[in-house]
Design a protein around this ligand. Structure first.
Ligand code: XCC
Ligand code: SF4
Length: 654
């Protein structure tokens, strides 16, 4: 029998980004395996994909896929249950819950690290770092009831930044292990109505860690076996992420590294420079990258690079680390999640520095095919193989950063593969923190032309959409983000982006003011042109989805658009999601009252009952609900329909 010829896939079917397609071709020519090769060989297990496989005890795995309706004359098959009797609803809800746990744990653990660094900085024990945004520090102090002054009457004086920061750090750190009470942001920042709703439903989070632990317990074999009740704890856990860990990360990172303001930068693999030492910063936590940025600019380091024959040192970001560096320093972005292997395949990356989350283990193999040093920096995240581990320690961060940059420079002369950097990059304007948006679109007087609310009420802006989340190799890279975003813009919906979605938008030129004329309906185009902003606003990394929550809350508080987030003409989406974090984020948006539609697949379709609860039942309880729509343009249309429904309820449907 003749052997089946192995057919290489067509790279053009895997991405709509020309730089990505070019690099997949290079990978194929060089025989370097990428995620798309593996995806072609391995199809997902259909039962697992719909959440209908339980493997939480060793009597299983038990598979309980939905049964087809019997044809006439056939006997109807019975829906299977697990050996312990667990129904499909319980099994699917448990699996969903554990995804929320994974995602919330990632964000809250990231947050803990930032809070611990903040404490060290407050005590002067982390040389190189300092408190950069005093205004934001004071805002946080007010939230946490840390007094800004001391003494009474004539003796009253301001407390020092350090003292305020020290007390604040202790109060924030307590929240991670807190057993009772309420998380400060969740209990203070949302619209009043939302806070009351959560209290009445019993889903106000008590602490950052406890909700995750309790949900893990409740989804252990033989504990919570009622899907509404499991979901209730999912809600509490997700809120402890969005209005807890993620929000703490965002705010403390702003305090330490600066609150983003509009800045320009460039994006896509074309930002790498053949004659420079190229260092890719990949991962999520900006703590060490901030220092690598400082080190890379030191004259001695630049000289060191020149001694090795390079013109200089080029830093470029990848995944959410990219967003953090781009938003605060204008450091260019090399690409989003699916471009990580491809960056190395350019042959021009002298070091890839990774910390936590979204780093493919395959990087080690790809790096081996080139000269690239893969450097892990977080003790929680090692990668097997020929990687280098230089652990971060905030007490010596600048020395560690210098060491990492030197490793990259030392590696520059070792380049061996032909270098091919796609000549593709795009300019972007980023840095739309919620404070910036409030400044640009807020204005202090309602009725001013610039006010976002008035533009929504007047109908120039139809509504607001958050398009966020990952890439997924099962969906042509970036395609769904772009199709959805363009459809929204055409219909005068302003789009807020974070994470890998933001980078997709950037690579298409959507993060420029010029995009307004090209892609928007007349109303939105007019507003963007008047204010001078892009129609797609880059709000940061994935923990910065908390900025979207704050922007939505600001819209409610500004007046004229109802009294809760669920009243706003707004919707959320993650059309190419893949990570557990995306599920936690999606669920905290739903829990905050937002209609949220995902693409690709949904991990609960194994139970029609549970899925119906998420997609329809939740609207009554929380004002927000989930949805799944594979076609990104149709998904955008559903978001617009939801926006119109909210406009009608507000009486502003013109
Ligand atoms: Fe990861 Fe944050 Fe997803 Fe991108 S969007 S693939 S989680 S890098 Ni957050
Ligand atoms: Fe099967 Fe029940 Fe064990 Fe799950 S907990 S694997 S359904 S026996």
């Amino acid at each position: 029998m003749a052997e089946k010829e192995s057919k290489a896939f067509d790279p053009a079917t895997k991405s709509v980004d020309p730089a990505t397609v070019e690099m997949i071709k290079k990978a194929q020519a060089a025989g370097v395996e990428t995620i798309w090769d593996r995806a072609d060989k391995m199809k997902p297990c259909p039962i697992g994909a719909e959440g209908a496989c339980c493997r939480i005890c060793s009597q299983g795995p038990c598979r309980v896929p939905p049964v087809k309706k019997a044809k006439e004359g056939e006997e109807q098959k019975k829906q299977a249950v697990g050996l312990c009797g667990a129904t499909a609803e319980t099994i699917v809800a448990r699996n969903f819950a554990r995804m929320v746990c994974g995602g919330a744990a990632a964000h809250n653990d990231h947050s803990r690290g930032v809070a611990k660094l903040f404490k060290e900085v407050a005590h002067g024990k982390a040389p190189g770092y300092k408190i950069k945004d005093i205004r934001k520090l004071k805002q946080l102090a007010r939230d946490y009831d840390v007094p800004l002054t001391e003494g009474e009457g004539d003796d009253k004086k301001s407390r020092s930044t350090e003292v305020i920061a020290q007390e604040l750090a202790d109060k924030i750190l307590v929240e991670f292990g807190q057993q009772d009470g309420e998380l400060v942001f969740a209990a203070k920042r949302p619209p009043k109505k939302r806070i009351e709703l959560w209290r009445n439903l019993g889903v106000m989070p008590r602490g950052c860690d406890i909700e995750i632990v309790e949900l893990m317990h409740r989804t252990h074999m033989g504990v919570d076996q009622e899907y509404h009740n499991i979901l209730k704890q999912c809600t509490r856990t997700a809120i402890s992420d969005g209005w807890g860990g993620s929000m703490i990360s965002t705010d403390l990172q702003d305090v330490l590294f600066g609150c983003p303001v509009p800045v320009s930068g460039e994006i896509n693999l074309g930002v790498l420079k053949e004659d420079h030492v190229n260092i890719i910063i990949h991962g999520h936590e900006p703590v060490l990258p901030e220092m690598i940025y400082v080190a890379s600019q030191e004259p001695e380091i630049v000289q060191y690079a020149q001694n090795k024959g390079a013109k200089g040192v080029q830093l470029a970001g990848m995944c959410c680390s990219a967003n953090e560096l781009l938003m605060r320093h204008g450091i260019p972005t090399a690409g989003n999640y699916l471009q990580q292997e491809l960056a190395i395949i350019t042959g021009a990356v002298d070091a890839m520095v990774v910390d936590v989350q979204c780093e493919m283990q395959s990087l080690a193999n790809v790096a081996k095919c080139y000269h690239t040093k893969l450097i892990t920096t977080d003790p929680r995240a090692r990668i097997e193989g020929e990687t280098m581990h230089i652990p971060m320690d905030e007490h010596h961060a600048i020395e560690i950063a210098r060491q990492i940059v030197r490793e990259a420079i030392d590696n520059f002369p070792n380049r061996r593969a032909p270098v091919l950097i796609p000549d593709i990059k795009y300019p972007t304007v980023v840095g739309f923190s919620y404070e910036t948006i409030q400044y640009l679109l807020g204005g202090s007087i309602r009725g001013s032309y610039y006010t976002l609310n008035d533009n929504i009420i007047g109908g120039r802006v139809r509504g607001v959409a958050g398009v966020v989340g990952c890439n997924n190799c099962r969906t042509p890279h970036d395609s769904a983000h772009l199709a959805m975003t363009k459809e929204l813009l055409k219909n005068d919906v302003i789009v807020l982006v974070t994470g890998c979605s933001a980078m997709a938008a950037g690579k298409e030129g959507l993060l420029t003011p010029e995009a307004a004329v090209k892609y928007c309906g007349p109303g939105l185009a007019e507003v963007c042109e008047t204010v001078g902003i892009p129609p797609v606003l880059h709000m940061g990394s994935c923990v910065d989805n908390s900025r979207i929550l704050m922007a939505a809350t600001a819209c409610v508080k500004a007046g004229g658009l109802g009294s809760d987030i669920s009243d706003l003409p707004a919707a959320g989406a993650a059309p190419e999601w893949m990570s557990e974090k995306a599920i936690s984020i999606g669920h905290y948006f739903v829990s905050s009252g937002v209609y949220t539609v995902f693409g690709g697949s949904f991990p609960t379709t194994g139970s029609a009952l549970f899925t119906d609860y998420l997609f329809r039942g939740l609207e009554e309880e929380l004002g927000g609900m989930w949805d799944l729509e594979l076609d990104p343009v149709l998904a955008a249309k559903k978001m617009i329909a939801h926006i119109d429904k909210k406009r009608a309820a507000l009486g502003i449907d013109k």
